[in-house]
Design a protein around this ligand. Sequence first.
Ligand SMILES: [Zn+2]
Length: 553
Amino acid sequence: MEDPQLPKKRQLPKLMACMTKTSLENLRNRALFSLEALDAKGIRRRKRPLHQCLILELRESGFFESSDYLQDLIYDNIQLVKNDDIGIVVDLRKREDYLEHICAGLIQAEKYRDKGDTKKECLELLALAIHYAEMGKGILWLAEKFFLASIAVSSQYLIDGGRQKGCCKYHYAKFLLDKFPGADPEEPFVILTEVRDCAIGKDWPLYEAVEGEERVSTEMLFSATAIQLHRVLVNKARTCRTKEVAKSETLARLAERRARDADDVPKTAEAIIEIGISQLMMNNLNNAQKTFEKAFRIHTESNNIEGLCETKMHMAAVMQRLGEYEKAAKLLTEMGALAMEHNLRRQLGQALHLLGELHLRSERPELGTQHLTEAFHCFLGDSCLSDADTKRQAETAKKDGDDIDVIFEEETKGVVYEVEAEQSRLMMSISAGQELMASYFNLIREARKCSIAKIKIIEWKLSKSGWWVKRYHHDLLPCLCPIHKRSPLDILRIQLLKESPAFSQSDVDTSLGRTGDIQDIRKLRSSFGSVEGNKSKYISLISIYCIKTFRFA
Ligand SMILES: [Zn+2]
């Protein structure tokens, strides 16, 4: 065997079969020829950063406007990067791919401009804008610049009687709405209204087919704008609802009209439901009911299951407000059944949660707790899926093996509606508390006659041990009430029976200790007596507690 410390044998260079003098010469010439030829431009690209080279190159090839534009872009970018505290803005100087792409687009646009083809110039800028709108948050500023440039070009020449201008503005407004969802929608709203005003009665397509292609889409600028206006109006209606309900209703009505402009059935129904919610909030119950019925008809015609679920939910809210709990419960049950049939877990959870709340409100906390528990599991995706679904999940679980990874588990469960689940859990605990409170009042009522109930109350007050838990020592207390009917002597008999070998249960634990002989029973009896003496004190304590809890409830 070779010693590992010895150097390896030197590998001989691979010899070519016929290395003559001419073939060597050829080889050398070919190598020389394929070397990258560096002209002045190439040398500059090696020595200076790309953005500077590109600005100079554009100028040298006669694209002065593009060169100036790029220079301005870089300048603005540097300012933006400087003021960016979070470090999110993309530094164009470091993105050579972006720089080349922008440069190519600008050259193309300027070529069209020189030819007098303003429309193509505008489309080129718009294409750049739409491209960078989808490239992440750090580059949105660039997209916005290109949108504004395309709007400027199109409005300067009013191409196609204003169609191009309208399209550019539409895309810009949609960009603002899509990419800055938290921002004030006023600016896009104004822009969209302007577009709508221009496009009324015109059959301007939103997209035009590129030469030699089939028509891309039949969408019209007017209806596309109407849909975006609907979106803004519905959102506005939702945000101002708590403060200005009447205004919210007006906005929702406007949204409905816009959706009808666009012939969009689901969006029309959405707006109608918003009108209904506002009416409900104004306590305008009859109108709200009519409005929801209108939406219900629309959803029934188009067989929109999610819509039907939502409408039933709102109709149940109206019924609840009218005090018709039975009708409300019926609507919610129907909603749950519909959701279960179509595997809409979120809607099923909502139906269960609302049913739970309804029961709680109508003072049936035991039903409430049950429904709310179901809602909680439903939102988490634990159960209540259809059989097919459960089977499929079981199979995937088998394939994955034991839960190795939490991510896997989440995947088989599907979406977890955490916020909703948390709300259900909260309501569930409130409901369970209400249940306990009711049983506490029963216990107090019982305690008038039953000493065991009395002991349970005392134990709860002294050591917070719950009366709902069954405890062994309660069986060893004498009580003369019609339910228990046992004297101290009976207790003794029970004890003796249990201590006999036939009934050996020696290690039963009682927190009151063993009451093995008569002495002990007497002791117990006397301590019980002292409690009896303090009865009035305890009862008054309890009544104070009751008053407090009642106030709370
Ligand atoms: Zn009793």
